[in-house]
Design a protein around this ligand. Sequence first.
Ligand SMILES: C[S@@+](CC[C@H](N)C(=O)[O-])C[C@H]1O[C@@H](n2cnc3c(N)ncnc32)[C@H](O)[C@@H]1O
Length: 274
Amino acid sequence: MDCTDSDIESFKDGRMAPGRGGFDTARGALFDTRRMQAGRMAGTGLEDLVAVLRRDGKPHLHRAEAEALATGETSFFRDLPMFEELRERILPELIVRRGTERRLRLWSAGCSTGQETYSLAMMLSEHFPELAGWDVRVIGTDVSEPALQCARSGRYRRSEVERGLPRRFLERQMERQSHGWAVSERVRGLCQFILGDLREMNRAVPPFDLVLLRNVLLYLAPIERGEVLKRVRKQMAPDGVLILGAAERAEDSTALFAGELTLGCSVYRPANGR
Ligand SMILES: C[S@@+](CC[C@H](N)C(=O)[O-])C[C@H]1O[C@@H](n2cnc3c(N)ncnc32)[C@H](O)[C@@H]1O
């Protein structure tokens, strides 16, 4: 899909400005109404929302609207204690275990506009020089193509960068540009962004060593959460690590994952993993 700078800006405006909806801001009032409906539907998922939108009999209300309602709220290094846990314990352990293959696969599932994916890549680049010469990939996936277009552009406004990106990273991993900041080529080179719905995902990719699935399950119906966790589990290495958002738990999927609560985040390992 072609995407201009102005499309990206419109998407960001629609996503960020309170009281406005979606990437087509001309339909802001409509989205506000839909948002109120969505609020009343707490606990239901995207498909239920699509069904409500369709019930109105207005053909232009379809997935794009539901997509716009699924908030893309995100920021660099969101939930800092989780990133500290990654840096101090989880990544060093994984790197030791992968010392023979010298390959690492990280997945930011539901990556929105890319800040989580780039935070992971920046951390690897900044704190783990021993990975030079390794085969390292950080994959970001999302159901929203407009969000992914923003992610792929690697460009962020000052206000986005100021939300969470430590000064050290800003100076070393981003480049100043006229419109704001751009992620360095080195960090972008580690990242790839792919469109995909976590409820339907069947990609045959190398198993992931680390999965961040944060602030995504919240938007799914309970039955879908279990399905997503099952599919995520299939994509993980047996000794891989799954991290959910601060308010999320995998308690309905105890047959799949063994949980471990650490300071600031819920960490899971595949049940029967090494
Ligand atoms: C609140 S954002 C979270 C972004 C990031 N993980 C974070 O914690 O900062 C939720 C993202 O999940 C995506 N999402 C929602 N349902 C999804 C699904 N079924 N498959 C893939 N992505 C989905 C939304 O498009 C949105 O970008």
